[in-house]
Design a protein around this ligand. Structure first.
Ligand SMILES: [Zn+2]
Ligand SMILES: [Zn+2]
Length: 193
């Protein structure tokens, strides 16, 4: 594993700026990997890890940088729960750990650096110093990962009978003998103009 500073340098580059979320995300991911005993996630261990993230904010970019897990590689899974938390799954051993940032860490950051007016500066400094135990809750969990959720899974593409677009394995919806994509089945997030 790289050092905190080395990961922060990479995170800054990937994210576009250095912020409290980067520090928190790098610390969170480093702790997860450490607990799982994965020390080269972007190298020899790169096929060992699947990471679930629970928020689409700064920290998530940092988690992706440290773990090497990316959406396009199917190793990063997004659950939009609005929480600064991530679950790291070692697909070799089946062990998984969920790590969440403690809400109290913000108050702690304020106490530690009251002389700094800027909240982001307060937190950026403090999140480097605060112990893992004060920064995060850590729980061993079980994640049921079906075969089609694994990064390297190969499966069939299927055609939606309503719109004719191709759909990757297991994302289709079968309704009254019909094979539909999610949008044609009514889960659409856009309206045609
Ligand atoms: Zn940021
Ligand atoms: Zn369709």
């Amino acid at each position: 594993m790289l050092s905190l500073d080395e990961y922060l340098r990479d995170a800054e580059q990937a994210h576009g700026h250095l912020c409290a979320g980067q520090v928190l995300g790098v610390r969170l991911a480093m702790l997860g990997l450490q607990k799982l005993g994965i020390d080269d996630p972007r190298g020899k261990d790169r096929k060992r890890l699947v990471t679930f993230v629970e928020i689409d904010r700064c920290a998530t970019d940092a988690v992706a940088v440290v773990t090497g897990c990316r959406l396009g590689k199917r190793a990063l899974k997004f659950r939009d729960w609005g929480k600064v938390a991530a679950t790291f799954v070692d697909v070799n051993s089946g062990k998984a750990i969920r790590i969440a940032a403690k809400e109290s860490s913000k108050a702690l950051a304020r106490q530690m650096n009251p002389e700094l007016a800027d909240k982001n500066q307060q937190q950026m400094l403090a999140y480097r110093e605060i112990s893992d135990a004060d920064l995060f809750t850590t729980r061993w969990v079980r994640v049921d990962l079906p075969p089609e959720e694994f990064p390297g899974y190969k499966g069939e593409r299927i055609i939606c009978e309503a719109c004719g677009e191709g759909i990757n394995f297991c994302r289709e919806i079968r309704r009254k003998e019909k094979i539909l994509c999610r949008s044609c089945a009514g889960e659409c997030y856009y309206q045609l103009l």
